[in-house]
Design a protein around this ligand. Structure first.
Ligand code: MG
Length: 254
């Protein structure tokens, strides 16, 4: 099942993708039920929003694909590199990525993202499925020049608009071997597979829950494959995970 969040009158609404339509839900199924309003909205005309706005955090894993670690000239991590992106970094499909004035080298990073469904802590890897609501697609937008220059990655990866999420949450998908791709102006740039991850999705969620209490709606980014590169104002960057979906954002500089 694919659950989209979309603009509808004054308030965001939730809908289940059913063919060419969204079946409108009465409330947010992450916190409530799948009860429908009886309305159907054409998917074509709906303005999709970020499928979730995390109430507390986006947890992200760095350097989780060996080929990507090599392309940046880094050594394979002996322990996972974990960082946070604030919920104010989250934007949805077609929202502009605003390049910060203090960076001259902003990169895209296509990633599989986990949406947490339950409050949890210290979840064993074998029980991770119990706490996952579904999966979505993320772009871990990164100011690479700032990431190189500063020890902490907070400024490089936490600025406004640096976490596009979309196009919806897929609740039924086997994520063990899916293609992860990005495109700039329609030209393919990344083409990895989730099977190339150093830490598996189950290990990542278990590890994150050993550090943080995870809340419903928290999002966990699982790392990016090789092929990262720069985006400039005027371009459109898209990210895609097989079996979940594809969406894009225009890049602007203000
Ligand atoms: Mg990343």
């Amino acid at each position: 099942m694919q659950i989209a969040r979309f603009a509808h009158g004054d308030n965001p609404r939730y809908g289940i993708v059913d063919g060419d339509d969204l079946v409108v839900l009465k409330s947010d199924p992450l916190f409530d039920s799948y009860e429908t309003t009886g309305e159907r909205v054409p998917l074509d005309g709906a303005r999709l929003l970020s499928p979730v706005i995390p109430r507390s955090k986006v947890v992200a894993l760095g350097r989780n694909y060996a080929d990507h670690v090599k392309e940046l000239g880094n050594d394979l991590p002996t322990a996972p590199v974990v960082f946070l992106k604030p919920n104010t970094s989250v934007i949805g499909p077609d929202d502009p990525i605003v390049l910060p004035e203090w960076s001259q080298e902003v990169h895209y990073e296509a990633e599989l993202a986990v949406v947490v469904g339950r409050l949890c802590k210290d979840v064993p890897a074998e029980r991770v499925n119990d706490v996952i609501f579904g999966y979505t697609v993320a772009n871990d937008v990164t100011a690479r020049d700032i990431q190189r220059a500063e020890d902490q990655w907070t400024r490089a990866k936490g600025f406004d608009t640096s976490c596009p999420l979309g196009p919806w949450i897929e609740t039924d998908v086997d994520v063990s071997d899916l293609s992860v791709r990005s495109y700039v102006d329609g030209e393919q740039r990344q083409d990895g597979r989730t099977s190339q991850m150093i830490m598996s999705v189950h290990e990542i969620v278990a590890y994150a829950s050993s550090i943080f209490t995870l809340l419903p709606g928290d999002v966990i980014l699982t790392g990016t494959p090789a092929g990262i590169g720069q985006i400039d104002a005027g371009q459109r960057v898209e990210v895609e995970v097989e079996g979940i979906g594809r969406f894009g954002n225009p890049v602007v500089r203000r």
